[in-house]
Design a protein around this ligand. Structure first.
Ligand SMILES: *Cc1c(COP(=O)(O)O)cnc(C)c1O
Length: 365
């Protein structure tokens, strides 16, 4: 076989700069760091990737409509009953299904001021009225949330920890919130970042779900497990809620690749632990470095930080965003959350984090 001659792209093709996917609007910089979606810099477990590849040979078959392999792997990992778990096409689907099932026209859904934007979208989409409750210090306010409940309230969302603030409620406060809710209100604990939290007073909510009739916990494989592209979420809930979801969801809402790769990912505990350790190293470093150059960083327990900029011409968040983009760094603007002078920055690779710190130091000079 002649190994020298091979097909060659016509002239110009290899001069094309590689396409950078995602909502990249960076204007400069040689490398690109995408720190805008709280994705992990470590990728997915090699075992999950292998399971995904294996599925390629079986694409003609419908998936298991009950996602049994995945539910059982989740149940084993968390010590839960598999029959109390429902999987979804991202936890996004779970949040939307729950809202569609429990909220209708004339009903209200309560969420916290800087809560995840999916909540008002789902509530509004279901025909309900979103009720936004002010926070204190960028943290959910239990008393204010309870004061917002009316006979029309059907659902309350609490992201714990919350995105984009990174703040969390200790479990005592979550229990106090639940204790003050009327029993007809469904409390949705969205624990998308639970795996990243290393605080003794934090619980994802499993205990509360087990002991109540009106609490569910939503989780995702998009964050620490690095499977955002496959869309895998799940919920642990009381039997009657699980039954309602199983009736209403699409019969094959989980695709076969997601079931296989998700199960392999959650069984690879070592890989997830490494992603957690990486965050534990870099979250305080980034927080301290950005604080040291004069920025205000909301203390975070997630894999991202909310950074507040000075109210000075040329030094505000949009200016910083433009400068970061010119350095090839993509972060998330917070205008949609009512925080036009803040940016949310995901903890990235060591190199990305160093680049962010260097770029913002230069920006503030
Ligand atoms: C990222 C995130 C999710 C996860 O969404 P998926 O649909 O599972 O990708 C859910 N809730 C919050 C608060 C998040 O930040």
């Amino acid at each position: 076989m002649n190994s020298v001659v091979r097909p060659v792209p016509r002239s110009g093709i290899l001069d094309i700069a590689p396409y950078v996917p995602g909502k990249s609007t960076a204007t400069g910089g040689t490398k690109l760091h995408k720190l805008s979606s709280n994705e992990t810099p470590l990728g997915a477990s090699p075992k999950a990737i292998e399971a995904y590849r294996d599925l390629a040979a079986k694409l003609e078959f419908y998936p298991d409509g009950s996602a049994t392999r995945l539910r059982e792997a989740i149940a084993r990992a968390h010590g839960l009953g598999a029959d109390r778990i429902v999987c979804g096409n991202g936890s996004d689907e779970i949040l939307h299904l729950l809202t569609s099932i429990y909220v209708g026209p004339g009903d209200e859904g309560v969420y916290s001021e800087y809560g995840f934007l999916v909540y008002p979208i789902a509530i509004t989409g279901a025909g309900g009225t979103p009720v936004k409750v002010p926070e204190k210090n960028f943290t959910a306010d239990v008393d204010a949330l309870l004061a917002a409940v009316t006979p029309k309230t059907k659902i309350m969302f609490l992201a714990n920890p919350n995105n984009p603030t990174g703040s969390y409620l200790p479990f005592d406060e979550v229990k106090r919130l639940h204790a003050g809710l009327p029993p007809h209100v469904l409390l949705v604990l969205d624990a998308a970042y639970a795996e990243y939290v290393r605080r003794n007073d934090y619980e994802s909510g499993i205990e509360l779900v087990s002991q109540s009739n009106n609490v569910v916990m939503a989780r995702t494989f998009s964050k620490i497990y690095g499977l955002a592209g496959l869309r895998i979420g799940w919920m642990y809930g009381p039997e009657h809620v699980v039954d309602a979801l199983n009736r209403y969801r699409g019969p094959f809402n989980m695709n076969a690749a997601a079931i296989a790769a998700g199960a392999a990912a959650i069984e690879d505990r070592e890989f997830a632990a490494r992603a957690g350790d990486h965050n534990e190293t870099w979250l305080p470093k980034v927080t301290e470095a950005l604080s040291a150059i004069g920025l205000t960083v909301t203390p975070s327990v997630g894999n991202f930080v909310l950074v507040h900029f000075p109210d000075r011409d040329g030094r505000r968040a949009p200016d910083a965003d433009a400068f970061l983009q010119s350095q090839g760094i993509i972060v998330r603007r917070m205008d949609a959350y009512g925080l036009p002078n803040a940016l949310r920055i995901t903890i990235g690779s060591a190199e990305a984090n160093e680049d962010v710190i260097a770029a913002l130091t230069e920006f503030l000079k």
